[in-house]
Ligand binder design. Structure first.
Ligand code: ATP
Ligand code: MG
Length: 437
């Protein structure tokens, strides 16, 4: 992509409404634009990152044996009346009446809808277990939407739902999601710590929130410092094998949000206690037959008797993750994208647009990177070098290739690593080998 043709409405000034780095930089880097409170348009640069995150979530869900589908955003009120949540959900639910005076709503979550799909299509225990997910926009009329897309009213969520015939099976499904979540967030360059969460009426330890440590997080969190160094399961993890040891290891040390904090533990841990703030990026939850019972979702068991399904639900804040990644990875100059989610891997800076040698070298590098399948943003504008550097640092691409007449005279260009700030003078060929390799 040529920057001269790219829709990247960056801002030079700091917008007043931004209180945290991610919101500030997402606005300044032209990633999002607010439409109304807590509702945003995703501009090309922001949308590219969102899609990368969505794809990593998809790959890890699929690897864990889940199947993707897509449910609508608009739901009929009847389903929520069946589960008795229609009134309970209160003002957070956006309620809509259609032209036939039917009550509808913009889905804040999909337990009812997926239960309806499964109860009408799956009749035998032989077709279970199953875990179905989608990545769909949700609407929750939050009292205080804030921090940009971090706490939006309209936001993109991945929500998966597992169906099993007994609690033991549900635990296996839960463990798969636990492991998949560890891997998903790690692939985005994040360390998300599973913390015991309120499991509601069911009790037990079958609910975990995954939190990324960041000073601007909304929750206060506590954990044993050793959790920060635990190994993430590799891509050879076998989801058909017993995952309990991995879950046991990750839950063996103290980790809690303020709601579950335990003062006695804090005293005991002493220097081993980390007190920090955290951003909730995921939540996994086992709730047994809460919805299946209310909505009559059952299958015929081996002996022909009806079995009420055991369910779990597993959410990831896909759009919130864009902000969480920036909170975890930025400096005073702007965003520092981890390569896995970067909108482009390389930014080419032409220091003297319309100088023949610079133009030719840039065009050549641009073409070769693109041909090699590397995503590249070429700053071909007629602007001062200083402005180009500042802009490239702001949008945070992992690598910068700086090409200008002075270096070219000696046959070199500069390659800068955005994260380390390290600069290297290389021939164009050496630079291309490094960036393509
Ligand atoms: P929170 O405590 O932050 O309100 P929640 O418990 O309501 O979250 P869930 O219903 O578990 O959230 O939703 C799954 C995930 O969706 C959360 O872990 C979070 O990452 C994300 N999420 C929830 N609400 C919002 C929101 N208003 N804006 C952006 N992401 C959200
Ligand atoms: Mg909430």
């Amino acid at each position: 992509m040529r920057l001269s043709e790219y829709f990247l409405p960056t801002l030079k000034e700091n917008p007043k409404e931004a209180q945290i780095a991610s919101h500030l930089y997402m606005l300044r880097a032209g990633m999002i634009r607010q439409s109304s409170a807590g509702i945003y348009s995703w501009l090309p640069l922001g949308f590219k990152v969102l899609k990368k995150i969505e794809q990593i979530v998809r790959e890890e869900m699929d690897r864990a044996g889940c199947q993707e589908l897509l449910m609508p955003t608009i739901q009929p009120a009847e389903l929520w009346q069946e589960s008795n949540r229609y009134d309970d959900y209160g003002k957070e639910m956006l309620r809509i009446t259609d032209r036939h005076d039917r009550e509808m709503l913009y889905g804040p979550t999909n337990e009812e809808m997926i239960t309806d799909i499964v109860r009408s299509s799956i009749k035998s225990y032989k077709n279970l277990p199953i875990n179905l997910y989608h990545q769909q926009w949700k609407f929750r009329d939050e009292v205080r939407p804030r921090f940009g897309i971090m706490r939006g009213r309209e936001f993109l969520m991945k929500d998966a739902y597992s169906f099993d015939i007994d609690a033991a099976g549900a635990k296996l499904s839960y463990n798969k999601m636990f492991v998949a979540y560890l891997r998903t967030f790690a692939r985005m360059g994040l360390r998300a710590i599973p913390m015991q969460a309120d499991a509601g009426p069911i009790g037990g330890d079958m609910s975990h929130e995954f939190l990324v440590l960041a000073d601007t997080g909304e929750s206060e969190v506590f954990c044993h410092k050793d959790i920060l160094d635990f190994d993430i399961p590799g891509d050879d993890v076998d989801y058909r094998s017993d995952l309990q040891p991995i879950v046991d290891k990750w839950t063996s040390l103290y980790a809690a949000t303020d709601e579950k904090a335990d003062e006695a533990q804090h005293k005991e841990l002493g220097d081993n206690l980390v007190t920090a703030r955290g951003i909730e990026v995921g939540h996994i939850f086992y709730f047994g037959d809460k919805y299946s019972k209310a909505m009559g979702a059952s299958v015929a068991g081996p002996d022909g008797k009806d079995i009420t399904l055991e369910m779990g639900s597993y959410g990831i804040g896909v759009s919130r993750l864009v902000g969480a990644i920036i909170e975890a990875s930025h400096d005073d100059d702007g965003i520092i994208w981890p390569e896995a989610v970067a909108p482009f891997k390389v930014g080419i800076i032409n220091l003297r647009a319309s100088d023949d040698a610079s133009d030719a070298a840039c065009e050549d590098a641009y073409a070769k990177l693109q041909n090699a399948g590397v995503e590249v943003l070429y700053d071909d504008r007629d602007e001062r070098g200083g402005a180009k550097f500042a802009n490239m640092d702001l949008i945070g691409l992992p690598w910068q290739m700086v090409i200008g007449p002075r270096g070219l005279k000696d046959g070199v260009i500069e390659v800068k690593n955005r994260a380390s700030g390290e600069k290297e003078e290389l021939s164009i060929d050496a630079a291309l080998t490094k960036l393509i390799g």
